[in-house]
Design a protein around this ligand. Structure first.
Ligand code: ZN
Length: 235
């Protein structure tokens, strides 16, 4: 078993590998970001993954959502769970065929050590944000819009939250290409591993912005916004 992870153990330690094996991660959204995050976390040896999404794959998803290529019309969450089990027999994959909302958020996150935002809209992101603040677990936020992408790590009580800086309004259908979405999903997966294993310096309170059109990459500090409702409810 440990042989499978022998090339990453020099980076995260035997103890870090044990942390991954014991961890339970909620992957919220099984679209382009989610396909990359679930694949890398299963390969890294995460013990249990919640896979939440209500959609069924459509042809327009397949330029980036490689998990569903050649599959039928089953819900993404179920196809994703099959995919994760194929990659890693030791990862328990729990499909949840739902849209995250205020009523189900607490039960979706039940027992999870960390949540990963693989959503495509800010309305649902703010619901997820409120739920992780309430529960006190870290959230890896990621978003992609055409060539642009961003990632940050929210730690309840310590860093700014999503409501501190994310606009509520959502654009319509956003352009998306698999190669760009893979970069952002890959960064999210790396941040998840860092938070679980305690290695490296995660993007806590820092927003990493990537422009794949020019490869301009920036990191800016995020401060809690005075008057943020979500923060003040949980301080
Ligand atoms: Zn806030």
């Amino acid at each position: 078993m440990q042989g499978r992870y022998s090339r990453q153990i020099p980076m995260i330690g035997e103890d870090g590998q044990e942390c991954l094996i014991r961890s339970k991660v909620a992957v919220i959204g099984c679209g382009g970001l989610g396909c990359n995050v679930m694949t890398q976390l299963a390969a890294a040896g995460v013990g249990e993954m919640i896979l939440a999404d209500k959609d069924v794959p459509s042809e327009t998803d397949l330029n980036r959502q490689f998990v569903y290529a050649g599959k039928g019309t089953a819900p993404k969450a179920e196809l994703a769970a099959e995919w994760v089990r194929q990659i890693s027999e030791s990862t328990k994959a729990v499909p949840m065929n739902i849209d995250l909302d205020k009523r189900n958020a607490a039960s979706v996150l039940k027992g999870c050590d960390i949540a990963v935002d693989c959503l495509d809209n800010n309305r649902t992101r703010l619901i997820l944000n409120a739920a992780v603040l309430e529960k006190g677990i870290p959230l890896i936020h990621g978003a992609a819009d055409g060539p642009l992408g961003q990632v940050t790590v929210i730690v309840p009580g310590e860093t700014a939250c999503l409501e501190c800086f994310l606009p509520e309004a959502d654009p319509g259908t956003i352009p998306a290409m698999g190669a760009v979405v893979s970069v952002i999903g890959g960064i999210e997966a790396a941040e998840t591993v860092k938070m679980i294993t305690g290695r490296g310096r995660p993007l806590k309170g820092n927003l990493l912005s990537v422009n794949a059109g020019t490869w301009e990459i920036r990191t800016v500090g995020l401060r809690k916004r005075p008057g943020c409702d979500a923060c003040s409810r949980n301080d």
